[in-house]
Structures are given as structure tokens and as C-alpha cells.
Design a protein around this ligand. Structure first.
Ligand SMILES: Cc1cc2nc3c(=O)[nH]c(=O)nc-3n(C[C@H](O)[C@H](O)[C@H](O)COP(=O)(O)O)c2cc1C
Length: 512
């Protein structure tokens, strides 16, 4: 197997992976062509593929990528099942990807392999910049298929947090040599003498090296996202294969946050209280000798300089990129969010919103599920299912059992019937449907109920109140490198075009 090779010089800026499809292939491509590291999100990629096809794939990009998928049979099946010429009729709901179970992973896995390929292939099309894929470790049933798809498209980096991605290096190693890969599935209540694993064999999808006519696939660099140096040390020494560096994420970062260390304590607004104890010790990180990037509130020229002075290779930035015109955020939502942020809409670290149990930052926008009334009015349904947890259902005296799946945001009686606690359902939001809506793919439920967005951002979002409406990924990069100033108070500056201009962006400077 070829060993992973870090690019030299290293990118100073990683555009953070942002699910679902906020960091889509367009954003990652814009960043990669500007000489930094662009990351696509692989989360929910099966549903995204199928919804883009049902919206008629107006610019033909999805079909172009599909025509390059190494097993045409799989690509054709996705087209035959989901593509609608001209898109859906008015009011027509999206046809869903059937919910997978542990015993029946297809067609979800097949579509996720194809989707992971499409997203990565498009992000890498027509340039030689670096592209990575981000996934959430905790979504165990949904991580390995997009990784295979991404590797088939030559992905350069894989970046994963939200859990301990111990098994992932070996998954990448195995796929690189065309072998089956396996990860442990955490099953709540599973007897200790029992262990469940999920295995993906590329050969079962006609994607083994013989079928591909290749001797190997490129093994991407792997960067776990961590909050503590102790976890970094463990992963560097004891993961299932090599890790090439780390992203260190502070609790100010957008998306999911790690819970605070120790007993959860809440402030007056019901937000988790973080302290110095929740920050990684950078001296210990430097001692590890692997490159690292700082994430969370680092999105400024000063943030970059500070990171470099601490021995970091650079920074990972999410929020600023999420609101740029190259992002996959629905444009109407982007503009309305900026308007409300200018009018003072704040951010809340919600300890309950996410069914994962991780705190999740939510922008307090009045027309989204952050609004308590709209949240209460929504009919609970679990029809996408990425955040379901596996649990052990006893059949006979605990000796025999089967594995069920449940989500704390699903209808309450269903969740409780599956052994979940009533308490765990309080305040839980359907991130799957909310995030699909953020990216412009809201489901139309029974009775015409349209799923509402639920937008996350980092603490940095407040500073966008002083930025103009439209700015590009290239401009964010130039801002971070100290070469461009946003126009303040929504006044568009002469040089702010809102369009990418890679030619204007100097390539990354190496630093370690
Ligand atoms: C809209 C949004 C969605 C995000 N989604 C993910 C995700 O799916 N996976 C992940 O590992 N991090 C996610 N993040 C975190 C970013 O990758 C990045 O680490 C973080 O935003 C950096 O902090 P900043 O927001 O202060 O720049 C998300 C951030 C935002 C703003």
C-alpha cells in the first residue's frame, strides 16, 4: 500500500467540513483552487445525491460525475431510481432513500458510495489542489461507504470528529488495497460477550482492485478532530493505523461541540459551561510531532497568526465559509440569516437539540426550528435516520437478541416503545431534516408540511453582522491571510465581488 503523503507546503487554511452539503463540492473546489484545503461533507451524501437527481440536476454536474463512476451499473441504478428530467412537480415530496437497518444496509450503502464519489470527484475536477472529506464518527452506519466513494475519486484527506475515530485508519488502509473494511458498531445494552461489526467489501459492489484494473487506491491523510491532547496521544499511538495530524477544535466552533469535561453544568441560558480544562494543551500537542490546525473562533488574520505562533500548521475555519456565496447553504436562508444576525439574532449552545447527545450550536433565527413555537408545531417523524442509535432488543432472557435503531427525535411513543426514555426526547430536534432544509433540500411531509431549517454556526457568526451580504470563498481566504478587508456594516466595498477569483489568491505558504 502506498503511504499517505502530506502535501508540502502544508495548507495554512482548512475549510472545515460542514454537513449537510454546506461544504459541498462547489465550496471545497473554490477553496482547493485557491491553494488551501477544501473539505466536502460526506454526511447524508446518499440523500443529497438522490435529491439533486430529483431536482433535475439542472447544470448536469451530478450526471457528469456519475458518468465517471467506476462501476456504471451502480451509477445507472441511481439514475433510474431517482433522476427526474426537469425536476419534481410542484408540491411533490422527495422519494426517500429507504431507511437502512443493520441487517439490510442497501440501497443506502450503495448510494452513499456513489454519492461520496460524486461529491469528491466534482470537488477535484479540473485542478490539482487538495480536497478532503469530513464525516461524523458517531454516525457509524453511515461513514465507511462515503469513504470508499471518496477514495475512488482520489480524496487527499479524511477529517473526522464527533466520536473517537479509532477504527478509521485501518478502513482507509484496507480500501487502499481493495480489501474489505470493518468498524465496530456501538450497540446500547449489548451483552458484553457480544460484539457487532459493520463490514464493507468493495468486491460486493464490483469495486475491488481487479474489477477497477488498478493495483491500489491512494491512501488519504487522516486528521482526527479532537478537543483533548490526551485523545490525540491515544490516537497517535493506538489507532488502527497511521494518523497524519490533528484538528484541535475549541467549544467556540460551529456544529456539534464536545461536552464539557466533568459533570455538565449549565449557565442561566441553559448552555454548557466550558473552562480552561476543555482546551487541549498545545505544548503536549507540539511534543507529538504531528502537524495540527486550530479550529473554533480562529477565523481571522490574528487567529491564523496566533495559531502559527503556537506551532500549529494553520487553522480550520467553518463559520465564515458557511456564509460565503460559494457555500452550499440555501441562498435565501443565507441572506435572511445575515439580516437577522445584523438585527441582533444570537447563538445558543443547545445541550439537547442533537439526538447525538453532543451540544449543538443553533443560530436563533425566527423562521427556523430554533423558534420554540415552530418546533412545537412540527410533526415528529424519523424518515432519514442518520442519527439513530443502535440498541439491543432482548428476545429471550437476554441470551438472544436483535439490534434495533431509535432516535430521540422520532415520535415520542415510538422511541419509548423501543426502550428509550421519555426524558431523552425533551427538546430534541430533527437535525437530519433541518440540515437538509439548510442546504435547500427540504422534505415535503404528509399534509404538505415543509421541513424547516435549523442553522448552526460558531461564535464567530456575530462578526458577520459587520460584513457585506456577498463575499466569496476566495475573499474569506484573502481576509484570513491579511490581504482583504470585508466592507463594514453591510456596505459593499469596491474590491468585494462575491465571486471567486483564484488568480488573485496567492498559494499557501508552508508552516509547521
Ligand atoms: C454550518 C456548520 C456545519 C458544520 N458541520 C460540521 C460537520 O458536519 N462535521 C464536523 O466535523 N464539523 C462541522 N462543523 C465544524 C467546522 O468543520 C469547523 O471545525 C468549525 O466551524 C470551526 O470553527 P468556526 O466555526 O469558529 O470557524 C460545522 C460548522 C458549521 C459552521
Amino acid at each position: 500500500m502506498s503511504q499517505p503523503v502530506l502535501p508540502q507546503p502544508l495548507p495554512q487554511i482548512i475549510q472545515g467540513g460542514m454537513g449537510v452539503a454546506i461544504s459541498d463540492w462547489r465550496l471545497a473546489r473554490a477553496v482547493a483552487t485557491a491553494g488551501q484545503l477544501g473539505i466536502v461533507s460526506g454526511t447524508g451524501i446518499d440523500s443529497l445525491l438522490t435529491r439533486r437527481l430529483q431536482d433535475g440536476d439542472p447544470d448536469g454536474s451530478t450526471r457528469r460525475a456519475l458518468s465517471h463512476f467506476p462501476n456504471p451499473e451502480l451509477a445507472q441504478r441511481a439514475l433510474d431510481t431517482y433522476f427526474l428530467e426537469g425536476g419534481r412537480a410542484e408540491g411533490q415530496p422527495y422519494k426517500r432513500v429507504p431507511l437502512p437497518s443493520v441487517g439490510r444496509l442497501n440501497p443506502a450503502w450503495e448510494l452513499a458510495i456513489v454519492g461520496g464519489f460524486v461529491e469528491t470527484w466534482l470537488a477535484k475536477e479540473g485542478h490539482s489542489g487538495q480536497v478532503g472529506m469530513n464525516l461524523l464518527t458517531k454516525l457509524q452506519m453511515h461513514t465507511i461507504p462515503p469513504l470508499l466513494g471518496a477514495m475512488l475519486a482520489g480524496v487527499d484527506f479524511v477529517i473526522m470528529g464527533a466520536g473517537i475515530p479509532r477504527d478509521i485508519p485501518a478502513v482507509l488502509d484496507n480500501f487502499a488495497i481493495g480489501q474489505a473494511a470493518t468498524i465496530k458498531l456501538d450497540v446500547k445494552g449489548e451483552p458484553t460477550d457480544h460484539s457487532t461489526r459493520l463490514t464493507l467489501d468493495p468486491a460486493e459492489y464490483g469495486l475491488d482492485l481487479d474489477s477497477l484494473g488498478l493495483s491500489s487506491l491512494k491512501r488519504p491523510n487522516f486528521l482526527p478532530i479532537i478537543t483533548s491532547h490526551v485523545l490525540a496521544q491515544t490516537l497517535a499511538r493506538k489507532a488502527s493505523g497511521s494518523v497524519e495530524g490533528f484538528v484541535i477544535e475549541a467549544p467556540t466552533a460551529g456544529g456539534h461541540n464536545a461536552p464539557p469535561r466533568g459533570k455538565m453544568q449549565l449557565d442561566d441560558l441553559g448552555q454548557p459551561i466550558y473552562s480552561e480544562r476543555d482546551l487541549a494543551d498545545l505544548e503536549q500537542m507540539r511534543d507529538l510531532g504531528l502537524p495540527f490546525w486550530l479550529a473554533g473562533g480562529s477565523g481571522s488574520p490574528e487567529g491564523l497568526q496566533h495559531a502559527l505562533s503556537e506551532g500549529a500548521a494553520g487553522i480550520q475555519v467553518g463559520t465564515l465559509f458557511a456564509y460565503c456565496t460559494d457555500s452550499g447553504m440555501d441562498d435565501g436562508l443565507r441572506r435572511e440569516a445575515l439580516t437577522q444576525i445584523r438585527a441582533g439574532a444570537g447563538l445558543r449552545t443547545d445541550p439537547l437539540a442533537s439526538p447525538t447527545g453532543f451540544p449543538f450550536k443553533v443560530v436563533q433565527l425566527s423562521h427556523t426550528l430554533a423558534n420554540a413555537q415552530l418546533y412545537a408545531e412540527r410533526t415528529r417523524i424519523c424518515d432519514i435516520g442518520y442519527l439513530r442509535e443502535a440498541y439491543w432488543e432482548e428476545v429471550k432472557d437476554g441470551k438472544e437478541g436483535k439490534i434495533g435503531l431509535r432516535c430521540a427525535s422520532e415520535p415520542i411513543e415510538t422511541y419509548v416503545r423501543k426502550g428509550g426514555s421519555l426524558e431523552a426526547t425533551v427538546g430534541r430536534k430533527c437535525l437530519c431534516n433541518g440540515l437538509m432544509a439548510d442546504a435547500g433540500f427540504p422534505q415535503i411531509q404528509k399534509g404538505g408540511e415543509i421541513e424547516l431549517p435549523l442553522l448552526t454556526s460558531g461564535d464567530d457568526v456575530v462578526k458577520l453582522a459587520h460584513w457585506q451580504d456577498r463575499f466569496s470563498a476566495g475573499e474569506v481566504i484573502r481576509y484570513l491571510l491579511g490581504q482583504w478587508q470585508p466592507a463594514s456594516d453591510g456596505v459593499v466595498a469596491g474590491q468585494a465581488t462575491g465571486e471567486s477569483d483564484p488568480a488573485q489568491v496567492p498559494s499557501m505558504a508552508g508552516h509547521l
